[in-house]
Structure formats: structure tokens, C-alpha cells
Design a protein around this ligand. Structure first.
Ligand SMILES: [Zn+2]
Length: 429
């Protein structure tokens, strides 16, 4: 590992990004961490790696949980940004279902337009195109935008916000459906971003957003979903204030299991609310999610989880067992950099994304290898870092289980996983 230094490319947050209040109360401190998606080239292993404080604070004025360090967008989303959604089969199926549901419910036709923000490589929009519905993707990342265009999905390379929305509107674009999945939580200038929807959306249009739900993160102790790009951890309480500021209203919500617990939120210019939206808002009130008290023991639970993980992995190391990991995603980087396991405790991490193979996880510098190596190297244990896709991974890796391999997970608490008949005795909490 190279000599590490704090980088000048970030600024400390003084006021809430949503409402501007200075009443930001500390909730969790994960220490100095590298950018979770900044995979390291092996030949640059000795070079200094930038570290940034990773802390979460709660705005006592508007109820929004957020990271209190802002890393410059051009640093976060550079040309090496490794996230290609099409490498995640569960996500593809989920997106297809979402698209088909919208096409049917909104009776989308060739005269409609669907605009997706953070459209990545076009994996969601493809489903609308196949149904004859015109689309436009907007995404800031070079590689995925090129892949989308090559796949025939019209895509603009840009950071979406009020300016881009005005441009598109000037070109006559008024989408009847806008979609933004897993981006609402990642945009620092959140008021400009939401204003973009208010500007562009057709008068009777709807916008849908998917994002991890703060309540699921807290209840499942999923602190590894925290990283610098993931700026916000939303409740409906905080979102209603944010959208309301831009003349948009919450209409409906669905709880989703994807990414360890997400919400799909529908907003529009009309004020009607579904019964399930009212019910979930009432639950938030009952839980006290609008107050700091709800988050008060989160930090202690996270530190206990870390200590249990160190004990579990440390025990395997002491017994000379080989431990590998699955999933070189951001959450793996957060978990391992916070856990600070003994050097070499995790021999390697496998990933299906060929853009990642051959690089090193940031900070901890665990080498990323092809998934096949789980079978060829046969580590005694494999820690599933991308626990949100654990079922799918276990299904795919039956060969590893049959060869005697054992899966572990860290969230919601460190344990040997129950993996059905393929996992032998001793698989208990
Ligand atoms: Zn606020």
C-alpha cells in the first residue's frame, strides 16, 4: 500500500444540501476512506491514494441523513468509473419488470417519450425501445454512454440538472415518464437535480425514483452502503420536503428488496397519495425517523458488527483457512476499509465484471480476479460482499459449495451463511 494522503479535491459540508440548515448532528464516523469505486491498477499500487473522511450526519431541520464530505464530481465519476449495470443479471430482470409495468400502466406509445437519468449502458431503456416507445438516456460516464449508444439507445453525456433540463425542453422534449434509479442518493447538488425534473416533465407526466431506504440501512446495520458517492440516505419525511420545494408531490411508494432495501417513489405535479404511501409515512412518524433519536444507536451497532467480523475472519486465519470474497463493489470497499482485517486475511475478491478483474480494491488493495478462480483456487471461505445479490451468487456458485466451499456474510451480522443442502453442518448463526 502506498503512502496515503488527504486529497484537496473535497470539501467539508457546513450546511444541509437540501434545506440549508446548519443543524447537522453526527450519526456515524467510518474514518478516512478511499473512494469506494476508485479501483487501483496493480502497477500503481505503491503510489499515494487519496483518502477522504467518511461521516454521516443528520439534518435536524429537514430530517435528511447525508455524508458530510463532498468529493468533486469529476474526481468521483472519472473515465475509469467501473460500473456497468448490464453485468448484474438480477438488476436486468428488475429493470425489465419496471419498464413493462410502466408501459402497461401508462399505456406508453410511439408519441410518448421516456427520459432516464443516470441511464448507464441503457439496460433499462432498451425495454422501452423494444416496445416502440422513444427514449433518451442522460448519463455523465464516458464508457457506459458509449456502450449505450453502440447498443442503439439514444444517450446524452451530461450531469443532469436544471441546465440540461432547460436545453432538452428547448428542443421540444417533454417526457411523459422520467426515471432515475439509484442516482437521487448520489447527487450532491440535489435541489438543482430535482428542479431539472420540475422543468422537464410533461404537465401530466410522472417521475419515478429508486434509491436505498435509510430505514432498511439502519435496521439491517448495512453501513457498507455508505460511501462518498452515496451522499444521501433518504426517508419519505426528508423527500417530501425536498420535492415540495420544487412543486413536485409524492404520489406513491413501493418497498423493494433490491440493494438491501429500496424505495420506488412516484412524484408528479398532482397531490394525490395512495393508501400505501400514507401508511409508510405514518410508520416513519411512529418510528421517529424525523428525529436524531432514531439513529442514536446505529454507530454502536456498526462498531459491534466490525468487531464480530474481525473475530470471525481472525479465527479462520488463525486456523490457516483461506478466505476469499465475492463482489468488488463499493460496499465491499467500505466494509473492508472500515473493518481493517489483518493484512492478507482476504486473499482475493472475484467479480463478474471483466472491467474490474486485474485491478485492486481501493485502500485494502485486495486483488480482483475472475469468478472462475473461486473453483480453481477453492478458498475455504468466501465472504459475500455484495450481500444484496447473495441468493443469486449462491445459485451461480453451487460448484464451489459442492467442492466444500462455505459462504460468509457480514451484514446484517457476520455469520456463516445457511445455503441449503449444499452447505454442510455448522452453518449456524
Ligand atoms: Zn436539511
Amino acid at each position: 500500500m502506498g503512502v496515503q494522503a488527504f486529497s484537496p479535491s473535497s470539501t467539508h459540508l457546513e450546511t444541509c444540501r437540501s434545506c440549508g440548515s446548519g443543524r447537522l448532528a453526527p450519526v456515524l464516523d467510518l474514518g478516512a476512506q478511499p473512494l469506494a469505486n476508485a479501483l487501483v491498477d496493480p502497477e500503481r499500487e505503491q503510489e499515494p491514494e487519496a483518502l477522504y473522511p467518511l461521516k454521516v450526519v443528520f439534518c435536524e431541520a429537514c430530517g435528511l441523513l447525508q455524508v458530510d464530505e463532498t468529493v468533486r464530481a469529476d474526481v468521483l465519476f472519472n473515465e475509469d468509473y467501473p460500473y456497468y449495470s448490464s453485468f448484474i443479471p438480477a438488476l436486468l430482470a428488475h429493470s425489465r419488470d419496471h419498464a413493462l409495468q410502466l408501459i402497461e400502466e401508462r399505456r406508453l406509445a410511439p408519441e410518448d417519450l421516456v427520459v432516464e437519468v443516470a441511464s448507464n449502458d441503457g439496460y433499462l431503456l432498451r425495454n422501452f425501445l423494444e416496445a416502440g416507445v422513444p427514449v433518451l438516456g442522460v448519463d455523465p460516464a464516458d464508457g457506459p454512454v458509449r456502450a449505450a449508444i453502440e447498443a442503439g439507445v439514444p444517450t446524452r453525456k451530461a450531469f443532469f440538472g436544471a441546465d440540461v433540463a432547460r436545453q432538452l425542453r428547448a428542443e421540444g422534449k417533454r417526457p411523459s415518464v422520467m426515471i432515475a434509479n439509484n442516482v437521487l442518493a448520489h447527487v450532491d447538488s440535489i435541489n438543482d437535480f430535482v428542479e431539472g425534473f420540475a422543468i422537464l416533465l410533461a404537465d401530466d407526466g410522472i417521475a419515478e425514483f429508486e434509491f436505498p431506504y435509510a430505514r432498511d440501512m439502519v435496521e439491517q446495520c448495512a453501513f457498507d452502503t455508505i460511501y462518498h458517492e452515496h451522499v444521501f440516505y433518504y426517508s419519505l419525511t426528508a423527500l417530501e420536503r425536498l420535492f415540495g420545494r420544487h412543486g413536485l408531490h409524492l404520489n406513491d411508494v413501493t418497498r423493494l428488496s433490491i440493494h438491501g432495501g429500496s424505495l420506488r417513489l412516484r412524484v408528479s405535479r398532482s397531490t394525490g397519495k395512495t393508501e400505501r404511501l400514507r401508511a409508510l409515512q405514518a410508520e416513519e412518524v411512529a418510528l421517529g425517523m424525523d428525529g436524531l433519536g432514531y439513529y442514536s444507536d446505529f454507530g454502536d451497532r456498526v462498531r459491534s458488527l466490525r468487531d464480530e467480523l474481525r473475530a470471525l475472519i481472525g479465527g479462520f486465519c488463525a486456523a490457516h483457512k483461506k478466505v476469499a470474497a465475492y463482489g468488488a463493489a463499493a460496499k465491499g470497499a467500505t466494509l473492508l476499509n472500515f473493518a481493517q482485517l489483518p493484512a492478507g486475511a482476504i486473499s482475493f475478491v472475484v467479480d463478474r465484471n471483466t472491467h474490474k478483474v486485474g485491478k485492486l480494491l481501493p485502500g485494502v488493495h485486495v486483488p480482483i480476479r475472475n469468478v472462475d478462480e473461486l473453483l480453481s483456487e477453492k478458498p475455504d471461505y468466501c465472504l459475500i460482499l455484495t450481500w444484496n445479490f447473495a441468493d443469486e451468487i449462491v445459485q451461480q456458485q453451487r460448484g464451489y459449495l459442492e467442492a466444500g466451499g462455505v459462504f460468509l456474510r457480514a451484514v446484517p451480522h457476520p455469520e456463516v451463511m445457511q445455503t441449503g443442502i449444499f452447505c454442510g453442518a455448522g452453518a449456524a448463526r
